[in-house]
Design a protein around this ligand. Structure first.
Ligand code: TIU
Length: 226
């Protein structure tokens, strides 16, 4: 069955049976004080606006039995999967692997590395641990999608211009059709949020489609009622 969502630059059509809701890096490390995002000098409160609309999308996707996949950016405790170029980049208050108030910064298994309570994965929902910004690099994300016959992605999470963009670009090059939900992706920089979304839909949808979550929910709700 094909559903249609009014989107930029034009209607996004998809079959919920072959579509995954992808929730990128909604981790305490990015969304709460004392984590990686704050060590980089960011106001993490800006990302929390994403949580309520994303909760609604997640609830609806689960109710309809859609594939839901979560990702987390982070590194193994000995940091062997963290390139020196990433580890030594910039001038953060704490570096990746340093002890912080929510555990070691961006290290797997630490409290800060995990997903915020409001969007906690359910048992059975895959959680992809990724060392980079993109979800395909160094992970089994592509295999998970292929195993489930997924061809379209509804992309949400943080941050718009970093991990969301990198994932959408990776996915687009691999042939996936991506709908990015404008109110379910967040940035520390309002100007990057606007430009990041515009870049996806520009040039006839060079990387994908953009729509507010209300447009997706309307299409899915019509589906649930039908
Ligand atoms: N710094 C920033 O905007 N983002 C990241 O480092 N990672 C993700 O976007 N997940």
């Amino acid at each position: 069955m094909t559903l249609t969502v009014p989107a930029d630059p034009g209607p996004f059509t998809f079959d919920p049976a072959t579509t995954a809701l992808v929730i990128i890096d909604m981790q305490r490390d990015f969304c709460e004080p004392g984590g990686f995002g704050e060590t980089l000098g960011n106001d993490v409160s800006l990302l929390r606006t994403v949580i309520p609309p994303l909760q609604e999308v997640l609830t609806t996707a689960r109710r309809l039995g859609m594939t839901v996949i979560h990702t987390r950016e982070g590194h193994v405790p000995d940091l062997s999967d963290c390139p020196p170029a990433k580890l030594h980049r910039g001038n953060p208050t704490l570096r990746i692997g340093d002890p912080g108030p929510k555990g070691r910064i961006l290290v797997r298994g630490e409290y800060g590395h995990d997903i915020v309570d409001e969007l906690a994965p359910l048992p059975g929902e895959p959680v992809v641990d990724k060392p980079g910004k993109g979800s395909f690099h160094g992970t089994d994300f592509g295999a998970l999608l292929a195993d489930r016959g997924v061809t379209s992605l509804i992309v949400t999470g943080v941050t718009t211009e970093v991990c969301v963009h990198t994932t959408v670009r990776e996915a687009n090059d691999r042939g996936y059709e991506c709908l990015v939900l404008s109110d379910c992706v967040g940035s520390y920089f309002p100007e990057f949020q606007a430009a990041g979304l515009a870049m996806i839909a520009a040039q006839g949808g060079i990387f994908g489609w953009v729509a507010p979550s209300s447009a997706l929910l309307e299409a899915l709700t019509r589906e649930a009622v039908a």
